[in-house]
Design a protein around this ligand. Structure first.
Ligand code: ATP
Length: 498
């Protein structure tokens, strides 16, 4: 049975992962609240990423920039003029629609990077009408996605600030402080996890396209002339993946499997870009996303953001098609040069080796937290007809709750509670005594809990409990005194379930 995005949003609401924000007042389009399971899953995704890309790397430092930011930052970055989508307004009901998505839905062809004139022609040619009322459209116009904020009591020429449209600009605008204080040496990265806000014309597909979301981003600074990447190993060069090149898209040819070294030798990207693209893809695999559901797509020349010379997206095969989950852009020197010009502050770094000053170039890998969250749920969602319930086969590393502890019967509540108390210090655990054990297993499956532990009458004698594996339903018996180490190894994947 194929799942739909509606199945996923209903499931996420029913289980307490995600709710529409302000639902009691009719809901706010493009805004979501995360419930008890959702916040755990989100935190696990972010923590796993932070550990991998910041805490485990001596060459990357982390920051946490402000959400509301000075207009001058966004003037310099080009967002106030260049960060926009085309919208079309219905003549009859007045509803606005994102023009490229409207045409894409109607004629089932990707419309990335399309210009206003072409959109207008396609709408006329295919007689595309308003999905809301079947009315006609006015000519398309550009709509800026930045959210302005009025700061302070007085409305002056300097009192308009902006909710940040991407986390990247906080990194570029703090870059000078980091160089002056953090003893970083090229090549190095500055990373950040945090909210970004975009006034999307038509939020849609549940949490895929929203107006408030989180990004996990690294701006990696490299000497401008340095083409060799010292981190590029054979595991990167030999990394195989499905790839959709610009020329394949032009010729309407499907993606095909390639090696990263093929892209380098075809000069589609440089070594540094290849390194970061591979590391980024690998991270999705490490949190359990299936490789066959991922591909890399090269941006078409007319689709590139105003700051990028080359961009590759990592896309996931969602129920509503292949869509971007991660963007990997070569931002070059664009942002630092812009901020240098606008702020009149030097963004140059003194290179001790050559005793010269330089403005580094930048590779930017950027992940969306919500899209990773959605992907993790869709990729692990199994409607198990035999069991009669959904099994959320989330990778144990990111599963919101790691363990459920049950007493077989109420009489054993206190004994099972002791086991729960022992485990809850080390693992996010739940104690469940409600209903039959079968019902409790089903509940745990739907919450994505990898292991259920049952205390039964034999446990009183042999001081052991039963562990049940979510994915296989296999069971093993383990001594209570060995439980902590056993569970820890199982969760890390360093021990087999036997
Ligand atoms: P799209 O083309 O889908 O609008 P984008 O190319 O503008 O995305 P980037 O600016 O590259 O996105 O942002 C990096 C990441 O941030 C994306 O890969 C995505 O995961 C996430 N992201 C961007 N816009 C949104 C949004 N409106 N809702 C949820 N996540 C988003």
């Amino acid at each position: 049975m194929t799942i739909t995005i509606e199945d996923i949003s209903t499931f996420c609401k029913k289980k307490g992962f995600v709710f529409q924000s302000a639902e009691i007042y009719g809901g706010s389009s493009g805004f979501f609240d995360y419930g008890p399971l959702g916040v755990e899953l989100k935190n696990n995704i972010k923590n796993h990423w932070w550990k991998r890309f910041v805490q485990s790397r001596p060459d990357v430092v982390g920051i946490d920039g402000s959400l509301i930011s000075n207009e001058k930052i966004w003037e310099a970055s080009g967002h106030l003029t260049g960060f926009s989508d085309l919208l079309v307004e219905c003549v009859k009901c007045g509803k606005n629609h994102r023009a490229d998505h409207l045409v894409e839905d109607a004629i089932k062809k990707p419309m990335d990077g399309i210009e206003a004139e072409e959109i207008n022609n396609l709408i006329k040619k295919h007689q595309i009408k308003c999905p809301n009322c079947k009315g006609d459209f006015k000519e398309s116009k550009s709509f800026n996605l930045m959210f302005p904020v009025q700061v302070g009591a007085d409305k002056t020429k300097d009192s308009t600030y902006y909710l940040r449209g991407e986390t990247a600009q906080m990194i570029f605008s703090i870059y000078k402080n980091i160089i002056d204080t953090a003893r970083v040496k090229l090549p190095f990265g500055i990373a950040q996890i945090g909210k970004a806000f975009r006034n999307e014309i038509s939020p849609r597909d549940f949490i895929f396209r929203v107006r408030e979301f989180e990004q996990m981003e690294i701006e990696f600074f490299i000497k401008p002339e340095e083409t060799k990447c010292q981190f590029l190993e054979s595991k990167h060069k030999n990394f195989k993946f499905n790839f959709l090149s610009e020329s394949n898209q032009n010729q309407n040819v499907e993606e095909k499997e390639v090696k990263m070294s093929d892209l380098i030798s075809d000069k589609l990207l440089g070594e540094w870009h290849a390194y970061w693209l591979t590391e980024s893809f690998q991270w999705f695999l490490d949190i359990g996303i299936k490789k066959e559901n991922l591909r890399i797509r090269q941006h078409m020349a007319d689709e590139l953001s105003h700051y990028s010379s080359v961009t590759f997206d990592i896309e996931y095969h969602y129920p509503f098609g292949w869509k971007e989950i991660h963007g990997n852009a070569n931002r070059g020197q664009f942002d630092l040069k812009q901020h240098m010009e606008h702020s009149k502050k030097s963004m140059e770094i003194h290179d001790q080796e050559t005793n010269t000053k330089m403005i580094p170039r930048v590779i930017e890998p950027s992940w969306g937290v919500e899209r990773t969250f959605l992907t993790a749920i869709i990729d692990s969602y199994v409607d198990d007809e035999k069991r009669g319930n959904i099994v959320l086969k989330l990778n144990p590393k990111i599963a919101p709750i790691k363990l459920a502890v049950f007493p077989l019967v109420n009489k054993l509540n206190d004994n099972a509670k002791e086991v729960y108390d022992l485990l809850k210090e080390d693992f996010v655990s739940t104690f469940d005594k409600g209903g039959s054990v079968g019902r409790r297993y089903a509940r745990a499956d739907e919450q994505g809990i990898p292991y259920c532990i049952t205390f039964d009458f034999d446990s009183l004698e042999d001081k052991s409990v039963t562990i049940r594996d979510r994915d296989t339903t296999e069971q093993i018996r383990v001594k209570i005194e060995d439980l902590t180490i056993k569970i820890s190894n199982l969760l890390k994947g360093t021990e087999k379930f036997e």
